[in-house]
Design a protein around this ligand. Structure first.
Ligand SMILES: O=P(O)(O)OC[C@H]1O[C@](O)(COP(=O)(O)O)[C@@H](O)[C@@H]1O
Ligand SMILES: [Mg+2]
Ligand SMILES: [Mg+2]
Length: 332
């Protein structure tokens, strides 16, 4: 056994020592996120046994069929975050309106989250996850405005991956760290510190079944990965269909993940606040890049909490090549 076990709590406290204003509130907030992830991980593990697979029989605000586990995960995170006493605004993929917490239970943070990402993979046991982003919100009156801010203003972001092990990947602004749940201890233990994404890698990840609906820039980009200029290796296609799992692979192995706009989804499919922003925050902190084709994802100012955005995210050089195509081909 590793004799120097560093838990997530110990690690985040050590990193905050550099910040003289740290009060311990953030550590308590992270404890409530960890608790939510452990609870959801345990439900995911027994989903087939405890009749937790399948549809709940309703749709969420963006029109997706809600699964039983979507609703359980949403409930778990809302309760855990509320009872931390550190949050004033909560935005969940599964709720039409933001939850505003005032009075004694309220705190100085706003949290946006996708309680269960990759729901279409639940019933076949493929990796799924949770995504979250955290803003500070020290205003006297709390409202949606606390989260309608660029992703760059987040103070931390991360995701949990419920795969062959449960991993929590977090950035507190500088660096990206991975913690793995030790089921015997019930603790997230630091397993990778300061992850750096390769600046290029020969993997592309996209739902290519939509290619007949793509714009010319995306078509040209994907073709250039599959049939590169002489002397360069063709890229491999990897697509799981759970953003968390596809981004986790991209973070560790490099390459590029795209969910472009298409003629069916002109604004893209993935949600800006609780899917694109947290992932862009992490990938940038690891040295990568994220764009909607025109702007850096983290610079977009959202106007509504469930807003969608196209996204191309991953290795810096690969993403830059798509951004260049958008610039050049828009002028043709
Ligand atoms: O099935 P598609 O259209 O390829 O979409 C896959 C994408 O949709 C999502 O499943 C959407 O997330 P939710 O399950 O949270 O709605 C992403 O995780 C994934 O990247
Ligand atoms: Mg999702
Ligand atoms: Mg979801």
């Amino acid at each position: 056994m590793n004799s120097d076990l560093v838990t997530l709590a110990r690690h985040s406290i050590a990193l905050q020592k550099e910040n003289p204003e740290a009060s311990g509130d953030f550590t308590l907030l992270m404890a409530s996120i960890q608790l939510g992830c452990k609870f959801v991980a345990s439900n995911v593990r027994k989903a087939g046994l405890a009749n937790l697979t399948g549809l709940a029989g309703c749709k969420n605000i963006t029109g997706d069929d809600q699964k039983k586990l979507d609703l359980i995960a949403d409930d778990v995170f809302v309760n855990s975050l509320k009872s931390s006493g550190k949050v004033s605004v909560l935005v969940s993929e599964e709720r039409e309106e933001a939850i505003i917490i005032e009075g004694e239970q309220s705190g100085n943070y706003a949290v946006v989250f996708d309680p269960l990402d990759g729901s279409s993979n639940i019933d076949c046991g493929v990796s799924i996850g949770t995504i979250f982003g955290i803003y500070r919100s020290d205003r006297p009156s709390y409202s949606n405005k606390d989260v309608l801010r660029p992703g760059r203003e987040m103070v931390a972001a991360g995701y949990a991956l419920y795969g062959s092990s449960t991993q929590l990947v977090v950035s507190y602004g500088k660096g990206v760290h991975c913690y793995t749940l030790d089921p015997s201890l019930g603790e997230f233990i630091l397993t990778q510190e300061n992850i750096v994404i390769p600046e290029r890698a020969t993997i592309y990840s996209v739902n290519e079944g939509n290619s007949s609906l793509w714009d010319k820039q995306t078509c040209a980009f994907v073709l250039s990965r599959k049939s590169p200029l002489k002397g360069r290796k063709p890229y491999s296609l990897r697509y799981i269909g759970s953003m968390v799992a596809d981004i986790h692979r991209t973070l560790l192995y490099g390459g590029v993940f795209l969910y472009p706009r298409d003629s069916k989804n002109p604004a893209g499919k993935l949600r800006l606040l609780y899917e694109c922003f947290p992932m862009a925050f992490l990938i940038e902190a690891a040295g990568g890049r994220a764009t909607d084709g025109k702007d850096n994802i983290l610079d977009i100012i959202p106007t509504s909490i469930h807003q969608r955005s196209p996204i191309c995210i991953g290795s810096r050089l690969d993403v830059s090549e798509l951004a260049t195509l958008y610039m050049e081909m828009d002028q043709i």
